[in-house]
Write a new protein. Structure first.
Lengths: 412, 412
């Protein structure tokens, strides 16, 4: 898995380096439980007073760590985050619950906090019992060596089938004080709205109340993580969490109406957007990054559903893999979305070239106009469905032989 | 296309031969518009007094022939059906409407009926203008040579990417009189509920009022065509129509409460089930036929949506292609359906072997138990979601390299 796959052709040339965030220290370990010769366990420690927020899978069969985090998010404060890769601890019944409890208790003892201040995330195979001993036995050493530097190691330790580590950062000003945001994420398949097999973590030194942090995170996710899809599959473990240490020294933001929030919201949204796009760029077998801009829908929600109908269509995705500007399949996908669209006003652009207008092929369109665009790695599709002012952009990748090869042999 | 692809490994050993239906004559032609050396145009002629019913795509961008058929179905009577393969006449704007009108008028003249008694269906590429001259010029010859025999030719003439011709038949008794039903269908990709790229036609000698025929057909489709999926894509052209000539001599069925209807309904459902399964067996690149039986859901609709969530999951479909009994992906797909399910009561059987019970792997399950089943061509998955009495069965096929190969090069 993971390490054996070639790096995605859509990966950035190099990893975005992350500077320290005051109040956050990190360490990674190799438990050897599933992977050999690479870290698979990440510990993050937070200063006292750190606010926490989270958004989790809408799956009706969530993993044990997701249950745990949801339950303890209400307290609003966090002292530690522990992430393991290789075993999702999902659909493991009472064993799963017990594994979560014993990890949280053990880590609480090491850190000197209550188990409820420990947050957990697991990713990997579903349905296998998670052995806690290899994890628990690492905790003291991890806590001892935790420091502010190893962000690249942290991004690597949470990978599963990912072919590259994923980081992003941004900064903003709150009342004259600079605050910084670091983000790491993992995910490459089972990616769809509502937090697919994807774990993302944001860390900031901003001083912000937990409920405001939650509002900022939820809002950012709507147009970023929840606007991307690789294969329409949603995992049992999807998690995006944000931790704010308050060490930047800004005046604490205690209300969503605070003026200082605007720049911070923009910065958090930027980090979420970059992280979510990195996940799509590592989509299993992906060879093209596809942006789908839907306009003229009844409302923004309708535009988004049309966008996902296009983005999740196997026929659209395979056509793009074949570098075929098959706009007929885009029409099909608009039609099947079930949302209002006026066939006789429908227009489609590919790479900025108008290929269809008013319900038929555009009279000035010649297929060779879009050939250079289709051969590139970044594909732009724009659709106007001609009934209103709703708009949404969604992102996806193509569907290739690589996806089949990876997923027909995942466990074998 | 079509002819060049190897026959699906899931195809029946031989074509089900169809006997004549009194009141129906058929003829096929090669227009040469898209395919060479094979028929691509089908004409069916019906005796006066033939009842007609139809169910069409729910696409918001339906093809011109679908618009035409919907509009003229109200009359309830049909004299002719004309089907062409290779060009869907979809998303062709006013050209499309005009093409439909001129074909219907020309055929009306040849047959001696009003254009409104002529029904049309087209399948193939979307967005290319349909030239009517090659079709219209064949009509006289087709009408002259039409006879009761060439059912196999009819099933062949409507194929596009199909790798084998598809027929089914059944009979029933209505008040002591035997009535017969023949069916033909085409479709192999863009197959999902609500009538994907699929054209199906049923022909019977039963004497039955159009509104009753419509009720029988709509009911049959619910648990057959609308319970199958290949790739979740729904086409702009999906059509299932039924024609009843009334030549069997049974007492005319004029009400849905007629006792004589029960056997006829069963027979129509059987033909629809067989035809819909043949389409799945010809799913693009399919190597496994998969039945998914969902029980214990809140209601039948919820069971069906859970079934489709499993059936359309690329991760489930690729796991089955890889002969991997990856029930964790089934859990994931149940979870993402959004329907009520009790994770801690969820049970899963594969090939009759219980693999998961009460929210965890079954304690008696060993992976090698299901290996022989996974190696076979017929895969059975049963899921009990533990919340109610809703039940549904849906059918699909696996997702293989073959699907990618076929669809990444469709037009090139």
């Amino acid at each position: 898995m993971g390490n054996e796959l070639p790096r995605s052709p859509l990966a950035p040339v190099q990893l975005e380096q992350l500077a320290p965030i005051a109040g956050v220290t990190l360490a990674v370990a190799e438990t050897g439980m599933k992977y050999k010769g690479r870290p698979d366990l990440l510990l993050c420690l937070f200063d006292e007073g750190t606010s926490v927020a989270g958004v989790f899978t809408r799956s009706k069969a969530p993993s044990a760590p997701v249950d745990w985090c949801r339950k303890h998010l209400n307290s609003g404060s966090a002292r530690a985050l522990l992430v393991n890769a290789g075993n999702a601890n999902a659909f493991t019944g009472r064993h799963g619950e017990r594994a979560v409890q014993s990890c949280a208790k053990a880590l609480g003892r090491v850190v000197g906090c209550s188990p409820e201040a420990v947050f957990l995330a697991s990713t990997g195979v579903i349905g296998e019992v998670l052995l806690t001993e290899p994890i628990v036995s690492c905790l003291e050493e991890l806590a001892d060596k935790a420091d502010q530097e190893p962000w690249a190691d942290a991004a690597t330790a949470i990978m599963t089938t990912d072919t590259f580590a994923k980081t992003a950062h941004a900064s903003a000003r709150i009342g004259g004080k600079k605050v910084r945001i670091n983000g790491i994420v993992k995910g490459s398949g089972m990616i769809a709205p509502d937090m697919a097999t994807m774990l993302g973590f944001l860390f900031t030194d901003a001083d912000i109340a937990p409920d405001v942090l939650q509002a900022v995170l939820s809002s950012a996710i709507e147009t970023t993580f929840n606007a991307t899809t690789v294969d329409s599959d949603t995992s049992t473990s999807d998690t995006v969490m944000a931790f704010a240490t308050g060490r930047a020294g800004n005046e604490r933001i205690a209300s969503v109406h605070d003026d200082g929030l605007r720049g911070f919201q923009r910065a958090v949204t930027k980090v979420c957007r970059e992280l979510s796009h990195l996940v799509v760029r590592d989509g299993e077998g992906a060879s093209k990054f596809i942006a789908i801009d839907v306009r003229g829908a009844e409302n923004d929600g309708a535009a988004r559903r049309i966008g996902f109908s296009i983005a999740n269509s196997p026929l659209v995705k395979t056509a793009i893999a074949g570098e075929d500007a098959n706009w007929g399949r885009v029409v099909m996908a608009v039609g099947k979305s079930g949302e209002a669209a006026d066939r006789d006003k429908l227009s489609i652009w590919i790479g900025g070239i108008k290929v269809a207008s008013r319900g038929a092929v555009d009279k000035n369109y010649a297929e060779n106009q879009v050939v250079p665009h289709m051969r590139g790695q970044e594909i732009d599709i724009r659709v106007d469905v001609g009934v209103g002012k709703g708009r949404a952009v969604v992102w996806t990748c193509d569907l290739t032989h690589g996806y089949i090869s990876i997923n027909a042999d995942y466990r074998s």
